[in-house]
Design a protein around this ligand. Structure first.
Ligand code: SAH
Ligand code: SF4
Ligand code: F3S
Length: 449
């Protein structure tokens, strides 16, 4: 029996999120739910009565990290908190987790976490507490309304799951099928966030731009309609969205980038590879040419847009020449920032059993070459903003006294000396210098261009 050492119902909790923005959002919703139940947050996992490890299954390393964290939960006196494993590892491995890590009390998947209070009660009674259902009724209706937020920028999940089945990826298995939340649920949550002090909302989905719904007047709407409706809400100043799939990049959404002032000039649009044979083997269902055409159209309506993407190097069978094609597309697009990964075989995905898996040393070399190019592009993009005056939303304190950190419309972090009171404000700054990962600015007398 997996019994924890606290025989009382837990009164403090700590949620640790390991994954993508949606995973972070889920962690926030779980924390709000436990708070609504009268529990209080603890800053450190080992001091808490309940620790929720909100896990990610996307790459092998992410999974290993969870098991090492579980091992480290035991306190000096030998006791330990009640441990819940949530998120995508919970979904993928289910009760296997308790076989591998005996001190796990609760396993709860990403579509079932609204049932966490009940699972805590069950675990408290020493019962098996595993829930990896994907119930037809979405969890959202069962979660408490959003509360006051500590930061001016918030995530809002509008789409769950993925139907694309890229051959390397676990998400369709851990998150289930694509489901859009309703128009009214999204607008209500946005209004609650804005009432709680939020000025920037990032709409989330694994393929966020595949969102579909019916508006209050019975008309069919896509992401662009939703963005326009959000932009009409007073008090909301910035709208972002992530992650997008090239196939769902509609003309309407591209047009919105040219027309909706609150929609920020930033687009995260992963292509994964610059080679058509590899894209086909990945089941991406778009070509390099399709992708470049979208980039051209977006740049035509919003020339200053900052582009971001994801790349995988060393997909099974990738030749040197095919990898060079990835360098070529990066050179053509010129990214403001990017994520790049070594291919990681995931259990149960088609690519994991494909022939010609690429040796680790080759992947290391390819990743280093790609990242050098991407880092240079990011540095160039940052340098190009020096001398500009721009608005930043002050989101958090910096490491030095008197320093605050805000984001530009293009998602760069700016360090600025500003009064503490200004936290949460939108202020104009002159960008005075650029580093590889952030900018330095000073409060401006001018208005942002
Ligand atoms: N839905 C998003 C991405 C979700 S996962 C999209 O399609 O754009 C985030 C990124 O992780 C992916 O874009 C991909 O680059 C990377 N990734 C996913 N599975 C991977 C794997 N098995 N190995 C290495 N990287 C992977
Ligand atoms: Fe994974 Fe592909 Fe779906 Fe993105 S689109 S979540 S990479 S299967
Ligand atoms: Fe990871 Fe699940 Fe997100 S696998 S990337 S936490 S959807």
């Amino acid at each position: 029996m997996n019994h924890n050492d606290t025989d009382r119902a837990p009164s403090t909790f700590h949620v640790k999120s390991f994954g993508c923005q949606m995973n972070v959002y889920d962690g926030e919703r779980m924390a709000e739910m436990l708070g609504a139940r009268g529990m209080t947050p603890a800053a450190d996992g080992r001091d808490a009565d309940l620790v929720v490890l909100n896990t990610c299954h996307i790459r092998e390393k992410a999974v290993e990290k969870v098991y090492s964290d579980i091992g480290r939960m035991t306190r000096e006196d030998g006791s330990r908190p009640m441990i819940a494993v949530a998120g995508c590892v919970a979904q993928a491995e289910g009760s296997e987790i308790q076989r591998r890590a005996r001190n796990v009390d609760i396993v709860v998947g990403p579509q079932a976490y609204h049932r966490l209070p009940d699972l805590i009660d069950r675990a408290g009674r020493g019962e098996v507490a595993v829930d990896t259902d994907m119930p037809a009724a979405s969890k959202f209706g069962a979660l408490p309304a959003r509360t006051k937020q500590s930061r001016p920028s918030a995530f809002l999940t509008i789409m769950e799951g993925c139907d694309k089945f890229c051959t390397y990826c676990v998400v369709p298995y851990t998150r289930g099928a694509e489901i859009s939340r309703s128009w009214s649920a999204i607008l209500d949550e946005a209004k609650a966030l804005i009432d709680g002090g939020v000025k920037e909302i990032t709409l989330l989905g694994q393929n966020v731009n595949a969102w579909l719904g019916i508006d209050g007047r019975g008309r069919a709407q896509g992401m662009d309609g939703l963005v326009r409706a959000l932009a009409d809400i007073a008090g909301l100043e910035r709208i972002r969205y992530t992650t997008s799939h090239p196939n769902d990049m509609s003309d309407g959404l591209i047009d919105a980038h040219g027309e909706v002032e609150k929609l920020m000039p930033f687009l995260h649009l992963p292509v994964q590879s610059g080679n058509d044979r590899i894209l086909k083997a990945m089941n991406r269902s778009h070509t390099v040419g399709d992708y470049l055409k979208i980039i051209d159209r977006v740049r035509a309506v919003r020339p200053d847009i900052a582009l971001s993407g994801d790349f995988i190097v060393g997909f099974p069978g990738e030749t040197d020449a095919e990898f060079e094609d990835t360098l070529r597309i990066v050179e053509q697009v010129r990214y403001a920032q990017c994520y790049s990964f070594k291919y990681s075989p995931r259990p149960g995905t088609p690519a994991a059993t494909m022939d010609h898996q690429i040796p680790a040393a080759v992947m290391d070399e390819r990743l280093a070459r790609l990242q050098e190019l991407l880092n240079n592009q990011q540095a160039a993009f940052n340098t190009a903003t020096v001398g500009k005056t721009t608005d930043i939303l002050l989101e958090r304190r910096g490491r030095h006294a008197g320093q605050l950190i805000g984001k530009t419309p293009w998602l760069q972090s700016v360090h600025v000396t500003a009064p503490e009171l200004a936290l949460g404000d939108m202020v104009a700054v002159d960008i005075i210098s650029a580093g590889p990962n952030s900018l330095a600015g000073q409060l401006s007398r001018r208005k942002a261009a």
